[in-house]
Design a protein around this ligand. Structure first.
Ligand code: PEP
Length: 240
């Protein structure tokens, strides 16, 4: 069985509830018109933009960028599973480098989130990636670093998707070379038998070259996905 390609958009702190709805309506129309059936599309809006999209959403898996490992409780400023359930959200990003670096999420906290949301069967996009100083030490050090981020989670979890996102390539306009991506994805595939997405300054002009790499199963895209026309163009190009 050949797995479907996965293309995911991470809105980060962009788009309001209103513009998220407009975006998702356009995206649904685009997928219908182009009869796109061999790519799974995921969108991760900010949680304040969650809504009941059932009236029009037929094609897109909506996920959470982050949530606490609780159903509800006293965790000021955070959301729990109950808030995802209200909108039938069953997908979540865990371990994104911005959570790890800006919000100081430790691997222990990430592990707790993984355990909690996997126990409820969530589809988890688990993000890993090395900083520049590790990349500069070569491929073996890079793989060691990534293995370290993988060792405490259940790699056999059925709804697990990995996103390899070199930190130095996120939001910087610097994409890893095709050789870098090929090498890391091939090494990762020997460790883990799950879909592996690439993320880090993916845009229309490099999307096809990246998805053509054998062990790349899809893309996680930030900046270049926030404009709906740009995101549709990427889907179109990868679909060719
Ligand atoms: C991301 O946030 O997962 C990401 C890959 O961002 P960008 O595409 O902007 O590098």
């Amino acid at each position: 069985v050949v797995n479907k390609m996965i293309i995911a958009s991470n809105f980060k702190t962009n788009h309001t509830r209103k513009s998220t709805r407009e975006y998702l309506i356009k995206l649904n129309n685009f997928i219908s018109e182009k009869s796109i059936s061999n790519i799974d599309i995921m969108v991760f809006p900010p949680s304040v933009a969650f809504d009941n999209f059932k009236d029009f959403n037929k094609h897109i898996d909506i996920g959470a960028q982050n949530a606490y490992h609780t159903i509800r409780g006293s965790f000021t400023g955070d959301i729990g599973k109950e808030h995802l359930d209200e909108f039938n959200i069953n997908s979540i990003l865990i371990g994104h480098s911005e959570r790890r670096t800006i919000f100081n999420e430790t691997q222990d906290l990430i592990d707790l989130k993984f355990k909690f949301y996997s126990s409820y069967g969530f589809k988890i996009i688990y993000c890993i990636g090395e900083p520049l100083e590790i990349k500069e030490q070569g491929i073996e050090k890079t793989i060691d670093y990534l293995e370290n981020q993988l060792k405490s989670i259940d790699l056999d979890y059925k709804n697990l998707i990995i996103a390899y996102e070199p930190i130095w390539a996120i939001g910087t306009g610097k994409t890893a070379t095709l050789n870098d991506i090929d090498e890391v994805h091939t090494r990762l595939k020997n460790i883990i038998d799950k879909p592996i997405l690439y993320g880090g300054s993916v845009k229309a002009c490099n999307s096809k070259d990246i998805t053509d790499i054998k062990n790349v199963d899809g893309l996680l895209i930030g900046t270049a996905s926030w404009n709906i026309d740009d995101f549709c163009r990427i889907i179109d190009i990868v679909n060719l």
